[in-house]
Design a protein around this ligand. Structure first.
Ligand SMILES: C[S@@+](CC[C@H](N)C(=O)[O-])C[C@H]1O[C@@H](n2cnc3c(N)ncnc32)[C@H](O)[C@@H]1O
Length: 285
């Protein structure tokens, strides 16, 4: 029999205590400070060919919103595109700078890293393609979602495309736990990540508690980092309204990065959007 480690048990108790509080789902921030160096170890990169296909279709410049450590930005810049990466977390941005510094001067020259908030940013150019991989849910309220979409609308060129990547609320579980496989870092350390989701379907908020445990080259536990992040739970008709009221129209709706059509069982709802041509009767709608 494998006995659970005592510190994991203690942590579960802490989480259970937190869950019993009424404010378990309140004031949860994005929660990325202190984990930037581990972020890409657990990333799913199956979206990269998909974003490349749209980069080839739309061309530069591309705006990668909530770019994190620059996972998608670096890939597109390596394929020859000019990319601006907008990110609000100081630690994600810092790590992104480090990863960009390791690229060739030519690729580096195609990347611009910008500190900013997706809900109210202002850049001095328009973009042919805007993407927001895995991140729109961090706009936690309808007001924040609308202001994010309006900021994006302002920065999209008239014939440009905006790819909105959503996790549909209807197929989310109320509670789930997971543990990723131990992953080795380039410096020889190993990292384990375990997580627990809770969803409040009334408040439409998802809370994710993540715990990273880092082991040194000898396999001795070095440290652990815990972060809690929140995301909004967005249902389909709500997403349709957000898109409409932000002045976009749907060119295509997909259910995955393999470009399969969206069905009610899809775990992803990916919209290819363009600016809606405004008729006078549309003003203010
Ligand atoms: C799940 S990560 C995705 C990172 C990257 N897009 C990727 O797919 O690898 C979400 C990112 O959104 C960023 N973020 C959250 N709220 C933000 C905001 N208001 N403005 C800009 N970035 C934000 C977080 O700091 C984090 O880096």
């Amino acid at each position: 029999m494998v006995l659970p480690r005592i510190d994991i048990l203690l942590e579960q108790t802490r989480l259970e205590k937190a869950m019993s509080k009424e404010n378990f789902f309140d004031d949860i921030g994005p929660g990325y400070e202190g984990v930037a160096e581990f972020y890409e170890l657990f990333s799913d990169n199956t979206d990269l060919p998909f974003y490349l296909e749209y980069a080839q279709r739309c061309g530069s410049p591309i705006l990668d919103i909530a770019a994190g450590t620059g996972r998608v930005t670096r890939y597109l810049a390596q394929q020859g595109f000019h990319v601006t990466a907008l990110e609000s977390s100081p630690s994600m941005l810092q790590h992104s700078k480090y990863l960009v510094s390791r690229l060739t001067p030519e690729v580096r020259s195609r990347i611009e890293l910008v500190s900013g908030n997706m809900m109210n940013f202002s850049l001095d150019r328009k973009y042919s393609l805007i993407i927001i991989p895995n991140s729109f849910g961090h706009a936690m309220t309808t007001g924040e979602q609308l202001s994010t979409l309006q900021s994006i609308h302002k920065h999209l060129s008239d014939d440009g495309l905006f790819i909105l990547d959503l996790f549909p609320g209807a197929v989310m579980n109320e509670h789930a736990k997971f543990q990723d496989n131990p992953t080795r870092m380039q410096d020889g350390r190993t990292v384990i990540r375990e997580g627990e989701f809770h969803v409040d379907f009334v408040k439409q908020i998802l809370r994710l508690d993540l715990r990273y445990v880092v082991f040194d080259k000898q396999g001795i536990e070095e440290n652990e980092v815990m972060v809690t992040s929140g995301a909004s739970v967005i249902f389909n008709r709500e997403a349709d309204l957000l898109i409409h009221f932000s002045g976009f129209e749907v060119e295509q709706e997909l259910g995955g990065f393999d470009s399969s059509p969206y069905t009610i069982e899809s775990g992803r709802r990916i919209f290819i959007l363009r600016k809606r041509k405004m008729l006078e009767a549309d003003e203010g709608v």
